[in-house]
Every structure is written in structure tokens, then in C-alpha cells.
Design a protein around this ligand. Structure first.
Ligand code: PEP
Ligand code: MN
Length: 360
């Protein structure tokens, strides 16, 4: 997949002075519901109306979407409002029906991106069309799988591509429904800076109270757009009730969001930034120097352990270090989550070094 400005032409063609906004209900429920929401979103920052027609539910027995009939409602909504229409597709038949009903934007859901067979089937069914296609991240935190999905569409001559970051599932309960793991989306952005990146705060948070905060975080990271589930009566929505907002709440969210510039050319800004960046570079160099020294000591310990045939892993000592570092880190304003990640990585590197020494 080449990386060029062509990839974002479809987005630039919207000619917006703000990030792209996609909004609409999790699911199309009734014709009246679709038309009411779409009309309330007309003449706002929203450019694309979303609605799920076939819903991938975790367990059977829930509402699985209205199916084909909903596509007719979307056609009506488009005629009434001029908004572009977006739906989720999970197989070739969905694509066929979407094309027959002039749907403008198709997105591939998180549960579909995990499956290369399904993505390929969708790519083949779309080959040669000029639809906008957005690929959600797979449910598991796997950047290669996400990129692979986009590549399958690119190879099928789909040029209007973009990705949606909707977070990743975890076994442990966290404050998010799907943990954002921002670093994965940042990696995607570094690899393909011209591929439009859209954030889905609804599925990341699972909670309407956090939509504003996560949307702002996305804009702070240069995201190109937001997709936000919007319903006239969120509490009684047939799916994802807790995370949907009303059109008027959505408009208030936009009022408070601050769009950041990618950079600023003012002299004093550049000067101050350069000064701070030099400081950061110095500290990074020191960090590496210290880590190198620490690893040398670990090597020496490895030699001692080898001499006496002692195991590498010393769990009691390790847990003592970790406990102390969490407390010391807190005093320096470093989160427990960060300290755990950092020291587990350092510890693993020490183990790798000692493995080499002991088994040489
Ligand atoms: C949705 O957008 O309603 C949806 C099912 O999302 P995801 O694929 O991110 O779970
Ligand atoms: Mn949903």
C-alpha cells in the first residue's frame, strides 16, 4: 500500500474546516427513528449519517438489526437531508445490498476485521466501485491485522480508504468498554500518515459521560474525524443504549471541542519548542545510558548466578522492587500503570541478558 496524498483526497473533498463527523444511531430501528435523527443532524457539523442495519451481537437472542428494509429508510433520509449514508458490512451480500441502495460509505466492523476471509470477500465484492470504505480496528490489539485489512481493500482498487479506531477488548474490566491503546493508532498514523484516521469514542467508552473527553483526546492526537452514536431517545435504544447521545448533546460536545493545529510557525513558539525538545533529547540520552549501565550490572549478577547454579528469576526480590517503584513513582507523578509497564520491560530485558549468560 503506497503512502501518498491521494489517500486523503476523498476527505479533503469534503472541504471542512473541522474534523469529519459521522453520527447516527447504533442501529436503524424504525423508519421514523431514522428520519427524525437524520433531520436533527442536518445543518450541523455532521457530514455522514451512520446506522447499523445488521448488528453483530456477542450473544444470540438480542436485536440483530432490521436488515434490508432499513436501507430504504436510509435512502429516504439521504433524500430529505443530503447527508451521506454509512452502514456496516460484514459479507458480500451486505455489500451487494448496500450498492443496490446507493449507500455512500461502508465500514468494516471490529469483529469482521479479525477475519481475513471475510475482509477479502468484502474487498472482492467492492472491487471497482468508488465507495468510501472505513476499516475498524480488529477487536484484539493487532496492528498487522488492521493494516492487512486495509491492504486487501487497497488491492481491490478501493482508493477512498480510512480507518476507525474503536478500542480493543480486554478480559479485565477497565473504565473503558474497549481499551483505546492509543499507541497502536499512533503507530498506524506514523506508518500511514495520509490515511484518514477516525476515532469512535462511543465504542471506546461505552458510556456517554466520557464521549467528550475521549473525543478531545483524539483531536489532541491529530485525528481526522469522529464517529459518534447519536439517538433521539438513547436510554431506550435497541442496542448500545448507555453510550448514545442525543443530537443536541452532540452539538454541545462540538461546541466545547478544541481543534488543534498540526503545528505553528510563529518564531517564539518554534524557539520554545526547540529548547524543550533539546531538553527531552538530553533526558532520553541519559535514560539510555542508565539503562545500559543497569543491564551491565544484571550481566554481572548473571555470572554470579551461573557460578552457584542459582535460578534467574528471584520473585521475592522482584516484587519488592516493583512495590517500591510504584510508591516512588507516585511521588514523581508517574502512574502505577506506567511504572508496571516500564519495570516489567526492564526486568524482562535483564532476564534475557542473564539467560544468554547462564546458558552460554
Ligand atoms: C457499531 O459501530 O455499531 C459496531 C458494532 O461497532 P464495532 O464493530 O466497533 O463493535
Ligand atoms: Mn454500537
Amino acid at each position: 500500500m503506497e503512502n501518498n496524498k491521494q489517500m486523503r483526497k476523498w476527505l479533503d473533498d469534503f472541504n471542512l474546516n473541522h474534523p469529519l463527523v459521522i453520527a447516527g444511531p447504533c442501529s436503524a430501528e424504525t423508519e421514523e427513528q431514522v428520519l427524525k435523527i437524520a433531520n436533527e443532524l442536518k445543518n450541523s457539523d455532521v457530514s455522514i449519517f451512520r446506522a447499523g442495519i445488521w448488528k453483530p451481537r456477542t450473544r444470540p437472542g438480542g436485536f440483530e438489526g432490521v436488515g434490508e428494509i432499513g436501507l430504504k429508510w436510509l435512502q429516504k433520509a439521504k433524500a430529505e437531508t443530503g447527508l451521506l449514508m454509512a452502514i456496516e458490512v460484514a459479507n458480500a451480500n451486505h455489500v451487494k445490498l448496500a450498492l443496490e441502495h446507493d449507500i455512500d460509505v461502508l465500514w468494516i466492523g471490529a469483529r469482521t476485521t479479525v477475519n481475513p476471509f471475510a475482509v477479502q470477500e468484502i474487498a472482492d465484492a467492492l472491487n471497482g466501485t468508488d465507495k468510501i470504505v472505513l476499516v475498524k480496528n480488529p477487536v484484539n490489539p493487532d496492528l498487522a491485522l488492521w493494516i492487512g485489512g486495509v491492504e486487501r481493500l487497497y488491492k481491490a482498487n478501493i482508493k477512498k480508504l480510512g480507518v476507525i479506531h474503536r478500542g480493543f477488548s480486554t478480559y479485565e474490566k477497565t473504565k473503558y468498554r474497549n481499551n483505546p491503546e492509543w499507541q497502536i493508532a499512533i503507530d498506524f498514523q506514523s506508518k500511514f500518515p495520509d490515511l484518514p484516521l477516525i476515532c469512535d469514542p462511543s465504542h471506546i467508552t461505552g458510556n456517554r459521560k466520557m464521549i467528550q473527553e475521549v473525543s478531545q483526546q483524539a483531536l489532541d492526537l491529530n485525528y481526522d474525524g469522529l464517529i459518534i452514536e447519536t439517538h433521539i431517545d438513547p436510554d431506550n435504544a435497541w442496542s448500545d443504549a448507555a453510550q448514545q447521545v442525543t443530537p443536541s448533546v452532540l452539538k454541545n460536545i462540538f461546541k466545547d471541542l478544541r481543534v488543534r493545529k498540526e503545528s505553528d510557525n510563529a518564531d517564539d513558539f518554534t524557539k520554545n519548542m526547540n529548547k524543550k525538545r533539546t531538553q527531552i533529547d538530553e533526558y532520553d540520552a541519559k535514560l539510555l545510558e542508565i539503562l545500559g549501565k543497569r543491564m551491565k550490572v544484571a550481566d554481572e549478577i548473571g555470572l554470579l548466578k551461573k557460578e552457584k547454579n542459582v535460578a534467574i528469576l528471584q520473585n521475592k526480590r522482584w516484587n519488592e522492587i516493583l512495590g517500591k517503584m510504584i510508591l516512588d513513582g507516585e511521588e514523581k507523578g508517574l502512574s502505577e500503570e506506567f511504572i508496571l509497564k516500564l519495570f516489567k520491560a526492564i526486568h524482562q530485558e535483564s532476564i534475557n541478558h542473564q539467560e544468554k549468560i547462564i546458558n552460554k
